[in-house]
Design a protein around this ligand. Structure first.
Ligand code: SAH
Length: 480
């Protein structure tokens, strides 16, 4: 490790930024956020830096919550020669940031600081100084700082974006709450092993989620329950029923991703894509409860019971379902038993196949010219029949989205025609929507079944019927 990370208290300490452009502006902004007194020395000061200085005067006079100050000192360019720099009292400052556009000047500043033993950061070329100002994610009091050894600011920026999405926005609320509970928990659970298990449960579980949702009272209640359980030596687990979306892992919600990465055990079915399973921690036990029509690898009642049993064993259970758990996902059935058994659970919605597949196929589900409503329908066959209110479905100006409609495709199309929907109504099958294997097969109500039969189509597929389907030839964008 070439640079040692440290977090410094800069409140009231003097920092000098040499340079007045946009880079200097960014550095000054961060330094001010930590309460430093910042002096800027530059021949020109850019507008944003000027404005920052004006507002920091307000802060210094106590009109804002955190006093911090910036002093702008204009100076002629000739103050930046090596000789002139040698006369600058750099050692009056705790930190010097060289942010001029002249690399030679920056180099002189760094050399001078080294001689005086003053921390120096060279903004454009960190390896010239002895100090890196890292990329910062500020969720105070939680602060994450990153750098890539002055090698690639672009990689650092990329990582920062990834982490920004991952660190909960309200992590500060969690920190304050945990601080409040810390001594109470320690008193009631003197054994450090059980205490650690309790905190693991709380921080990766429902209590934290309640706090992020602004429900502090629920989090407190859960903590009381967990504490009481922990005192008996047995901590109950929780179940998260999470929608994994239609396939593309990028379509997971932030909450889903967070819970996936915290799971002790996952129960998943066939629709959950492999790239999503790869996001699970290596230590997470995987239980496949795959479902295919008429081929339920594990019967539904058994899945429901297993969720209860695993949670009662004290595990953090992730029930991962394709799309949205509450849309043709039997999510309701699974949580009914959890509720009846007193197991804590939470439901995280996912992008349902209708939304994901239609977007990735370039088929808007509603459109002012073609469709005023959309219906999500199951095309599942019961006794070889699709029993649906066909006269309603055959009405024009609406989009029909059939889940599980491949086997009954011909029956669906014929029934609609029989009840008055035009034979020429555009219709499409989206196969493996949102994945790299996505295919869209477009035809009409009259021809779709034959067209699909001619191509080797495999599940999962979504059937979309309505005038909006004609837009697909114009609007398709994915996998082009
Ligand atoms: N809860 C899921 C739906 C489960 S029913 C959701 O909200 O999406 C299973 C049906 O969903 C499949 O038969 C198929 O019709 C549809 N489906 C799910 N993922 C799909 C995908 N990636 N591409 C096409 N259809 C999909």
């Amino acid at each position: 490790m070439e640079y040692f990370p440290l977090f410094l208290k800069l409140t009231g300490r003097s920092c000098l930024v040499i340079g007045g452009g946009s880079i200097a502006f960014r550095k000054v902004s961060w330094l001010l956020r930590s309460g430093a007194v910042v002096h800027v020395l530059a021949p020109d000061i850019c507008q944003p830096l000027q404005e920052l200085a004006n507002t920091s005067v307000l802060k210094a006079s106590g009109e804002c919550d955190k006093p911090s100050q910036v002093f702008l000192n204009l100076c002629p360019k000739d103050r930046f020669t090596r000789r002139a720099l040698a006369e600058l009292p750099l050692n009056q400052h705790f930190l010097v940031v060289a942010a001029t556009s002249d690399e030679k000047v920056n180099q002189h500043i760094a050399t001078r600081c080294q001689a005086l033993d003053v921390h120096c950061n060279v903004a454009s070329h960190s390896s010239l100084g002895d100090t890196i100002l890292p990329a910062i994610i500020d969720r105070s009091p939680v602060v994450l700082a990153l750098h890539s050894g002055a090698k690639s600011p672009t990689v650092t920026r990329y990582l920062k974006r990834q982490l920004e999405a991952f660190v909960p926005q309200k992590i500060n609320v969690l920190v304050d709450w945990a601080e409040n509970w810390r001594s109470k928990v320690k008193k009631r659970l003197p054994a450090s092993g059980m205490r650690q298990r309790l905190w693991d449960r709380v921080l990766s579980g429902m209590a934290a989620e309640h706090l992020y949702d602004g429900q502090a009272a629920c989090a407190d209640k859960l903590m009381q329950d967990h504490l009481a359980e922990a005192e008996t030596g047995h901590l109950h687990g929780e179940v998260f029923l999470v929608g994994a979306g239609p396939g593309d892992p990028e379509l997971l919600t932030l909450k889903a991703l967070r819970l996936i990465q915290q799971a002790d055990v996952v129960l998943y079915d066939r629709l959950v894509s492999e790239p999503i399973l790869q996001l699970l921690p290596a230590s997470c036990e995987r239980i496949y409860v795959g479902k295919r029509q008429a081929d339920h690898a594990v019967p539904q009642v058994e899945i429901n019971q297993r969720l209860v049993d695993l949670a009662k064993q004290g595990r953090n259970v992730l029930r991962l379902k394709g799309g949205d758990p509450f849309i043709f996902g039997r999510g309701g059935e699974e949580i009914e038993l959890l509720a009846a058994s007193g197991v804590s659970f939470q439901v995280v919605p996912g992008i349902t196949a209708a939304s994901g597949c239609s977007s990735y196929a370039g088929i808007p589900l509603t459109h002012r010219d073609y469709s005023q409503s959309v219906r999500f329908i199951t095309g599942h066959l019961k006794n070889n029949q699709v029993n649906l209110p066909w006269p309603e479905l055959a009405m024009a100006n609406q989009t029909l989205v059939f889940y599980m409609g491949l086997t009954g495709l011909e029956q669906i199309c014929q029934s609609l025609i029989l009840h008055g929907r035009a034979k020429t109504t555009p219709a499409a099958i989206v196969e493996k929507g949102t994945t790299p294997q996505q295919r869209v097969i477009s035809a009409t109500l009259e021809t779709l079944a034959t067209t699909v039969a001619q191509q080797k189509v495999s599940a999962p597929t979504l059937l979309i019927i309505g005038e909006v389907v004609q837009l697909q030839s114009q609007l398709a964008w994915f996998n082009r």
